[in-house]
Design a protein around this ligand. Structure first.
Ligand code: FES
Ligand SMILES: [Fe+2]
Length: 331
């Protein structure tokens, strides 16, 4: 049986795997859809993404070193340059013919929103467009790419769901929320994201003042949350004073039961608050989700009858329905 990460359709999608600033002058190892990859920058600073396996005797290339844009394998010193081209086999001397099979077969890579995105196959989807990236009223704040011991569909299911807020997020913003979830209407939010709008009363503890810009005990948030297949979720938060806080929640499958997670924030504030202070509250919220999700075993079933759904699950059920169709799961 095909495991979740072996689904062919997933190979045509883009996945954020690292912060742009985390790949500088050394090889960087990541695991994506069950495949180990190495990333480095060539002499023009262009990204090279290749299987983390030397074609000579299969040493991980990520334990090698990079100089002048050439990655040197740690085992016998073969060198690999731009586009994964093998540029040197020391044991054969400087004028030797390089075997054509010595070149690496590279994956496609792009840099957007301060992140390195990789597409393992021929791209069939685009990186979701976030208009605020080019809007001078907004600043972008990046956060670390973190390892979560949970299946990626569980992350997306969680981000599309707000009925867990008053249970999981009592240590941050969830304590003031009514657990009752009114009927949810889903719609196309823009060209990219499909989701819903809702309003919540959010607790506003001292740690949240920097992010909400308010000193009240609770703040009224108008929110929209939507997904773009396969795994991107965008949550926008609008406060009464016009402050907008946009979160792009990005989950990447490492394998069937492990993920990378990062989020990117765009805000139209006056830049007076330090970025670290802004993201500290969102990081604390993410840590609450992580504690919960890492205790839920296995992958999320794609079967509609495999778990029980109620009305508040409508958004995550719709994501799951479209995702299952996209990757070709049949019940
Ligand atoms: S294993 Fe890489 S050079 Fe031999
Ligand atoms: Fe959450």
């Amino acid at each position: 049986m095909t495991t979740f990460v072996e689904r062919e359709a997933l190979k045509g999608c883009w996945y954020p795997v690292a912060r742009s600033n985390s790949v500088t002058d050394a090889p960087h190892a990541v695991r994506l859809l069950g495949e180990d990859l190495v990333i480095w920058r060539d002499h023009h600073d262009a990204l090279v993404v290749a299987p983390d396996r030397c074609p000579h005797r299969e040493a991980p290339l990520s334990i090698g070193s990079v100089e002048g844009g050439v990655l040197t394998c740690a085992y016998h010193g073969w060198g690999f340059g731009a586009d994964g081209t093998c540029v040197g086999v020391p044991s054969s001397g400087p004028n030797a013919t390089i075997p054509p099979t010595a070149h690496l077969s590279c994956r496609k890579a792009e840099e957007r929103y301060g992140l390195i995105w990789v597409c393992p196959g021929e791209p069939t989807m685009s990186i979701p467009d976030i208009g605020q990236e080019n809007d001078p009223a907004f600043r972008r704040i990046n956060t670390p790419v973190d390892a979560w011991a949970t299946s990626t569909p569980r992350l997306v299911d969680n981000f599309m769901d707000f009925s867990h807020f008053p249970w999981v997020h009592t240590g941050t913003f969830g304590g003031a929320q009514d657990p009752f979830v009114p009927k949810i209407e889903l719609s196309q939010l823009d060209d990219v994201f499909f989701g819903y709008q809702y309003e919540v009363e959010a607790a506003n503890p001292d740690e949240a003042i920097a992010v909400s810009g308010s000193e009240e005990d609770t703040v009224h948030r108008v929110m929209t949350t939507g997904f773009a297949l396969p795994f991107a979720v965008r949550s926008t938060i609008r406060y009464a004073d016009g402050l907008e806080h946009i979160l792009l929640l990005l989950s990447t499958p490492v394998d069937d039961v492990n993920s990378m997670f990062t989020f990117v924030v765009w805000r139209n504030d006056d830049h007076s608050t330090d970025t670290e202070e802004i993201i500290a509250f969102d990081l604390a919220i993410g840590a609450e989700d992580k504690v919960m999700l890492e205790q839920v075993p296995g992958t999320l079933t794609m079967s509609r009858t495999g778990v029980v759904n109620v009305q508040s699950d409508k958004p995550s059920v719709e994501w799951r329905r479209r995702f299952a169709e996209f990757v070709g799961f049949t019940e």
